[in-house]
Design a protein around this ligand. Sequence first.
Ligand SMILES: *[C@@H]1O[C@H](CO)[C@@H](O)[C@H](O)[C@H]1NC(C)=O
Ligand SMILES: *[C@@H]1O[C@H](CO)[C@@H](O)[C@H](O)[C@H]1NC(C)=O
Ligand SMILES: *[C@@H]1O[C@H](CO)[C@@H](O)[C@H](O)[C@H]1NC(C)=O
Ligand SMILES: *[C@@H]1O[C@H](CO)[C@@H](O)[C@H](O)[C@H]1NC(C)=O
Length: 596
Amino acid sequence: MGWFQSLILVSFVLVLVFRVGKTETDDVIEALVGFMEKLGPGSMQNTPNWGWNTSSDPCLSHWHGVACDTSNQTVKNIVLEHLNLSGTVDFESVCKETSLLLLSLKDNNLTGSFSQDISNCKRLKLLYLNRNRFSGNVPDSLTDLTDLVRIDMSNNELSGNLPDMSRNTGLLSFLAQNNRFTGQLPNFNYRLLEYFDVSNNDLTGRITDDTGRFGAKSFAGNPQLCGKVLSNACQPEKKRKKKDLHDLFIYSGFAILGLIVLVLIALLFLKKKENLEDTKIGSKNTKDDGISSESKTGQIRSEFSITSAEKGEVSGSLVVLSSPVDGLRFEDLLRAPAELIGRGKHGSLYKVIPNGGIEVVVKRIKDWEISKVEFKKRMQRIDEVKHHKVLPVVAYYCSKQEKLIVYEFQSNGSLLKLLHGSQNGQIFDWGSRLNIACNTAEALAFMHTELKDDQIPHGNLKSSNILLTKDMDSCVSEYGLMVVDNGSSNSNAFSVDVHGFGVVLLELLTGKPVQSNGLDLAKWVNSMVKEEWTGEVFDKALVVEGASEERMVGLLQIALKCVNDSPDLRPDMNQVAAVIVSLKEEEERSMASSDS
Ligand SMILES: *[C@@H]1O[C@H](CO)[C@@H](O)[C@H](O)[C@H]1NC(C)=O
Ligand SMILES: *[C@@H]1O[C@H](CO)[C@@H](O)[C@H](O)[C@H]1NC(C)=O
Ligand SMILES: *[C@@H]1O[C@H](CO)[C@@H](O)[C@H](O)[C@H]1NC(C)=O
Ligand SMILES: *[C@@H]1O[C@H](CO)[C@@H](O)[C@H](O)[C@H]1NC(C)=O
């Protein structure tokens, strides 16, 4: 071996030795050290184990504020908060670390502006720059950060236009309050955002949030901003004028079309009338299916006041169980205005506002062959077995002809409405759906265990009986109000609930409505799964949102077990709840790890 070869070998070995103990390339380490120098750490660098020098490694020497990916030892998080850093941010340098997920520099004394290079931090999810003295414009390149989940740049001195983040569909927080931003408010995906605040800036024009999810607080302190949620309503749009002539043509076109349609209808109507008179058919078709629950405001009072006939003899036998309507009397219920809000096979539902002012819902059950004593015992048992996700009975009334059960009114409607009603721009994401599934499963499992000996299942579990409280929490309503067929065996009574719950799960997963007692939906899902088209059954909204397929499939599997045709093969609610709780825990773990 000549001296030249030896030299090469020695250099090679030296390089190897030098590389040992480094997880990042020297380039990246140098860049990070440069980034720290510009932040102006001052006396902070004298703290023990501060690191941030080129002779150590960010991951192995555990630099202050640095966290690394455990599997491949690359810098994942840089958190330098409350350090009185008073320099500037060199985004070009820090973004050499391309695997950075979290950068937090909040609560410092940093100045200067953001550079275009911010977009080199391609994988950044969380960016916290709030409570500093940053100034200048926010570069458009911020919107290139497609993985961005939360950005907080509030409480700085930033100016210019807000970035247009409408393409950043994963964004959950956008906080830019207490700055000096000007210009029009760009569009955001308000449906998907959890937190949004642009208050106390100098924004102009109209509020672009047409979902109404964010109130005045998010927009206040911008004197030239207008919109419904602010006291400053917008003027009608001006560009109207230009279009007027064009519109006139369109509208007159519609008018003529409308006229033609009207004439046609009139002609048809006349013809039909002739036919009817010929055959003399006059039967009224009053439909009474078990599913409909839409409001029929026309029938206020009339139906309900039939009960007044009994008033004299049974007055005072209303049993009040819980407090929100203290001193409620049967007369109060009868006298108060009642609005029919639902009608099914087994009874009707009224919204009543007795003198106290607290809105209640009265369920009126027809044809329930149950003795007064039995009914009373049942109500008392259900009241004893309290679960916080089961809507408590406020009061009940029982006579031979009439059974009334009073609940507190829940203003946010039912799961049925949330899934299939007009959603008002609300999104109903995977996390919320899994939450409702979990709450309901746990509530039912608890009630089933406690009421097993009493043989009181829910009896009529469906998505219209899962209500949303004012905090959008879910609770099960109308527990135990169903006549359970004596012919069915003991375990059957509870497995009917399990089937009902399985159908609710299918609704949550598919977003599709149920027909004829859930049989159609269950059949459809089963056939899809048999054909190995499992992916096709899930609600498109969930797929778009990027919900975990693994956990959706997990929930689908348990749902299909619940809707098994043979009651004996269905799991019991405790088993179902255990599976769903573990799915929810997995979901929470994965959210936590992707957020930090
Ligand atoms: C570099 O940082 C490491 C880790 O904190 C420390 O042990 C070492 O003394 C530092 N080296 C210099 C030259 O400051
Ligand atoms: C390090 O591992 C994480 C997660 O395991 C991965 O997302 C990332 O791409 C890896 N980074 C590099 C530089 O290989
Ligand atoms: C923060 O740093 C500045 C300049 O480096 C210094 O004047 C000030 O006293 C520091 N403040 C605190 C609270 O340490
Ligand atoms: C920020 O820096 C200025 C001047 O450098 C200093 O006067 C002030 O105390 C610092 N503020 C904080 C909160 O440290």
